[in-house]
Design a protein around this ligand. Structure first.
Ligand code: HEM
Length: 404
């Protein structure tokens, strides 16, 4: 295992080269495999990052007794079926990966290193193949768009009716694909608890230059059929006898809304505090519904965090910090956080400073790439408020949604 880790450290330093070599090798020797991947170079870059993130994740856990690795690989294998990956592809990907590792490692590529990588790839591939084989779910669910609401230019709420029962828990997200942008899959939050009629609301923030999110928010119409991959995510409600705080920003509101629906169905004994953060008080999408919850649920206390009218939106940062410090009692709370990755990181840090217990802070790591500022740098909290981030977490141009 030491061999793998030190070899991976060498490769990581030349990750870009390694990945380019890998894909050139793979597509040159297996031209048909190119058709499985998205077309644009932007997507290929994302793929490079995800592949390396996955490899880093796996390599750092292979030797330990990390119990999350088995389920991670099982689900990854199950989910690869929606990319139309077949069992025989694993061998060709494996040989291109070994070729890329050898090329990138130079003199560090010894017979022992080669043996260690060959075995590690086999362990990973076997676990993914077993996951694909054991899954009773379909590779994807076809789902018809039955309603399309557009809030301003950049937020869409799409109601879908899956053709077969689609299992998920309140707070989870689903990956989505549309024929409008073939072979591209992105994750979006589900904004409701399971309903008797099986319909699902997806909340989509449009990302500048994001082809799928733009198609979903601005172009998709009722009657179209999308594909849904299996639901995922850990932001699900843990019942406990502790009071609860829910903190949401942008379409981070979607999973919180789903959890609120679940709570409203079986009202809790404890109080629930809801903080909804927006950079502009006129443009909180879904505000009427939040107000309705606030007035009909005695156990719910709603705080909106926005800048004062006419003030710079950066003020929302300070206001959130002040509101959280004023409310206190953080060590007693279960806290659920949802929003852009940097928002989650910064708010979690602030809450820990205020005494919240790390084991009682629940959040998902929001799928990456969309959460980065210009040049792919992560945004700082203040920077994130100052510069218009993507996806947009506010509705800049309209109060009422347009229904298509
Ligand atoms: C060791 C084996 C593998 C690992 C660790 C791995 C890892 C990953 C990861 C982490 C993703 C991103 C998943 C997501 O966004 O939901 C992904 C996507 C993908 N993988 Fe794999 N994969 C493996 C094998 C394969 C094989 C054998 C193929 C077949 C050619 C393949 C084709 C794809 C495709 C087409 C995508 C989607 C690309 C995109 O959305 O840009 N993978 N893989």
């Amino acid at each position: 295992m030491r061999i793998l880790k030190s070899s991976f450290a060498v490769v990581e330093r030349r990750a870009e080269h390694a990945v380019k070599f890998f894909y050139s090798h793979l597509f040159w020797h297996n031209p048909g495999v190119r058709d499985l991947f998205p077309v644009s170079s932007e997507d290929m870059e994302r793929q490079r990052d995800r592949l390396f993130a996955a490899l880093t994740h796996v390599i750092s856990r292979l030797d330990g007794d990390d119990e999350t690795l088995g389920p991670y690989l099982r689900d990854l294998g199950r989910d690869h079926r929606k990319f139309l990956v077949r069992p025989e592809h694993y061998a060709v990907v494996g040989s291109s990966m070994l070729a890329a590792l050898a090329e990138t490692s130079g003199e560090a590529w010894t017979p022992q290193v080669e043996k260690a990588w060959t075995e590690a790839y086999q362990v990973i591939a076997d676990a993914m193949l077993a996951g694909a084989d054991a899954s009773e779910d379909p590779p994807w669910w076809d789902a018809e768009v039955v309603r399309h609401l557009q809030y301003g230019q950049d937020i869409g709420v799409l109601t879908l009716r899956p053709h077969a029962p689609f299992p998920y828990l309140p707070g989870q997200y689903a990956s989505v694909s549309s024929d409008r942008v073939p072979r591209t899959w992105r994750t979006y939050s589900i904004g409701n608890a399971p309903r008797p009629d099986g319909t699902v609301d997806l909340h989509v923030s449009r990302i500048d230059h994001g082809r799928l999110s733009t198609a979903l928010v601005r172009e998709t119409r009722p009657g179209e059929v999308l594909r849904l991959g299996a639901a995922g995510g850990q932001l699900t409600f843990r019942r406990s006898d502790r009071p609860v705080s829910l903190i949401a920003a942008g379409t981070g509101w979607a999973p919180i809304r789903a959890m609120l629906e679940e709570l409203a169905d079986r009202p809790p004994d404890q109080d629930v505090r809801l903080f909804v953060v927006a950079r502009d008080c006129a443009h909180l999408y879904d505000r009427p519904l939040i107000d309705a919850y606030g007035s009909s649920c005695g156990w719910l206390d709603v705080t909106y965090i926005t800048p004062a009218p006419g003030r710079h939106r950066n003020e929302a940062t300070e206001r959130l910090a002040t509101a959280l410090s004023n409310r206190g009692l953080w060590p007693d709370q279960d806290v659920y956080l949802s929003g852009p990755a940097q928002f989650i990181d910064d708010t979690a840090r602030l809450l820990e400073d205020l005494g919240a217990r790390p084991g009682r802070l629940f959040h998902d790591s929001v799928p990456a790439a969309a959460e980065h500022g210009q040049g792919g740098r992560p945004l700082g909290f203040a920077e994130w408020l100052l510069n218009r981030p993507a996806p947009h977490w506010h509705n800049p141009s309209a109060r009422a949604p347009r229904e298509h």
